[in-house]
Design a binder for this molecule. Structure first.
Ligand code: PLP
Length: 412
C-alpha cells in the first residue's frame, strides 16, 4: 500500500525517539537469501524441534483441557509449570518453590520488565563488554546507561567492578541499579565465569548492596567440562534475580521463560507484566508443562547437546584449518557462540558486505558493546547451520578475512 506523505507530527515520546532498531535484526534481513550460509543469528536448530511430540501434546491439551488452556491465565503463570521450573532450579542448587517463579514471554520480556521496574532515566547498570544486545536495548529503552567492564577468559573482571564501587563510595555519583551478567556460555562470547569469580561477584554485591541479574539461557547446553553452579545458588540475601528460558532447550516459538527473585521484586514484576500482556501464552505453558511431566525434556536437551556439540567441534576444527594466524577466537564448553577477534586494523562491519557477497554471514561484534567498541570482533553461531555448512562457511570466511588482512597490511 502507498502511504501518503506525512503532513503532521506524531508526537512520539522522548524515550521512543531515542530507541534504535536492532542492528542485528537489520543485518539478519540481509542473510535470508537461500544461498547464504548464516553463522549470524542466535537461532536454535529446527532439526531438533520436537514437532511430533508437540503436535500430540497440543491435541491432547486442546481436547482434554481446552477450557483452561485456551483461556486467559494468571499473570504469574500456570502453576504446574512454575512448580516444574522450581524443581529444575532446585536440581541446580537454587532453593526455590513455584511461588518464587513468574513465567514470562521469553527472557527478553524478563529483561524488559526488570528495566521497567528498576530504571529511572540516567540510572547506571554494570555489564560485561561484550554483552547480550537484547539486554542492552532494554536498558537503553528505559534510558539506563550501561557501564562496561571487561570480559576476561574466566568471565567478568570482578575486581574492576570492586574497584569501581570503592571509588564510587568516595564520590557523590549514584550507585548502579544492578549488575547484569550472562555467566555461563555468554552471548556473544561463549565465555563462562569461574566459580571463584561468581562467589566474589556475590560478595561485592553484598558489600555494596547491589542486585545481580543472572541471565542463564545457555547453562544446560554444556558439551565439555564440569557444570558450575549458578550465582543464585549461593545467594543468601535474595539479591540475585535469575532468568531462565525454554527458548534454547525446547522451542523459542512458544516465547516462554521464567524469572525468579525475592518477593518484593517479584510483586513489582507481576504488576509490570499485567500492564504488558496480562499473562503469558496459556496454551504454550500447558504444552510445555506436559512435555516436562511426561519426562520428555531431559532426553530432548540431550539431543540438542549432541547436535550442537558436534557443530561446535566442526566450527573449532574449521577455524583451526582456515582462519589466519592473526585471528583469535574463544573455545566454548557449551552454548551457541564463538567470538572472533581480528587484528586492530580490520573493521568487521566494513568486511561484512564482502562476506555476504561470498554467501556467508556473521554478526559484527560492535553491536554487543554499548559504546560501539569492538570494531575488529565478530560473533559466530554454530547451532543453526548444518555441520557441512559450518565447515564450508568458515572456509569461505577464512578466505574473506585473509584477503582483508592482505589488503589492510600490518597493524601500524
Ligand atoms: C543472553 C540472552 N538473554 C536472553 C535472551 C532472550 O531469550 P528468550 O528467547 O527467552 O526471550 C537471549 C536470546 O538469545 C540471550 O542470548
Amino acid at each position: 500500500m502507498e502511504h501518503p506523505k506525512p503532513t503532521f507530527e506524531l508526537g512520539f515520546s522522548y524515550r521512543a525517539l531515542k530507541m534504535k532498531a536492532s542492528v542485528i535484526r537489520e543485518l539478519l534481513k540481509l542473510t535470508h537469501r537461500k544461498e547464504i550460509i548464516s553463522l549470524a543469528g542466535g537461532l536454535p536448530s529446527p532439526a531438533v524441534f520436537p514437532q511430533k511430540q508437540v503436535a500430540e501434546i497440543a491435541a491432547e491439551v486442546s481436547l482434554t483441557h481446552g477450557e483452561v488452556a485456551l483461556q486467559y491465565g494468571s499473570t504469574e503463570g500456570y502453576t504446574p509449570l512454575r512448580d516444574a521450573v522450581a524443581e529444575r532450579m532446585r536440581s541446580k542448587g537454587i532453593d526455590v518453590t513455584g511461588k518464587d517463579v513468574v513465567i514470562t514471554h521469553g527472557s527478553q520480556q524478563g529483561l524488559d520488565l526488570l528495566s521497567k521496574v528498576f530504571l529511572d532515566p540516567h540510572d547506571t547498570i554494570i555489564a560485561e563488554a561484550p554483552s547480550y544486545v537484547g539486554a542492552l536495548s532494554s536498558f537503553h529503552a528505559f534510558e539506563g546507561k550501561v557501564l562496561s567492564f571487561p570480559l576476561e577468559p574466566d568471565g567478568l573482571d570482578v575486581e574492576a567492578v570492586d574497584k569501581y564501587m570503592r571509588c564510587l563510595e568516595e564520590s557523590d555519583e549514584k550507585k548502579p541499579k544492578f549488575i547484569y551478567t550472562v555467566p555461563t556460555f555468554n552471548n556473544p562470547a561463549g565465555i563462562t565465569m569461574s566459580e571463584a569469580k561468581r562467589k566474589r561477584l556475590l560478595e561485592i554485591a553484598n558489600e555494596f548492596n547491589l542486585i545481580i541479574i543472572e541471565d542463564n539461557p545457555y547453562g544446560e547446553l554444556r558439551y565439555s567440562g564440569d557444570d558450575i553452579p549458578p550465582i543464585k545458588s549461593w545467594d543468601t540475601e535474595g539479591r540475585v534475580v535469575y532468568l531462565g528460558t525454554f527458548s534454547k532447550i525446547f522451542a523459542p516459538g512458544f516465547r516462554l521463560a521464567w524469572l525468579s527473585a525475592e518477593p518484593r521484586i517479584l510483586k513489582k514484576i507481576v504488576i509490570a507484566k499485567q500492564s504488558a500482556d496480562l499473562c503469558s501464552n496459556t496454551f504454550g505453558q500447558e504444552i510445555t508443562s506436559r512435555f516436562i511431566e511426561k519426562g520428555m525434556l531431559e532426553p530432548h536437551i540431550e539431543k540438542i547437546r549432541n547436535l550442537y556439540s558436534k557443530n561446535c567441534v566442526a566450527m573449532l576444527e574449521s577455524l583451526d584449518l582456515h582462519f589466519p594466524k592473526e585471528a583469535h577466537w574463544t573455545k566454548p564448553d557449551g552454548g551457541m557462540f564463538i567470538w572472533v577477534t581480528l587484528p586492530e586494523n580490520i573493521n568487521a562491519q566494513e568486511m561484512f558486505p564482502k562476506a555476504l557477497a561470498r554467501n556467508v554471514a556473521y554478526v559484527v561484534g560492535h553491536c554487543f558493546f554499548p559504546d560501539d567498541a569492538g570494531h575488529n570482533t565478530l560473533r559466530l553461531n554454530f547451532s543453526h547451520a548444518t555441520e557441512d555448512k559450518i565447515r564450508s562457511g568458515i572456509k569461505t570466511l577464512g578466505d574473506v578475512i585473509k584477503a582483508e588482512i592482505a589488503e589492510k597490511g600490518p597493524v601500524q
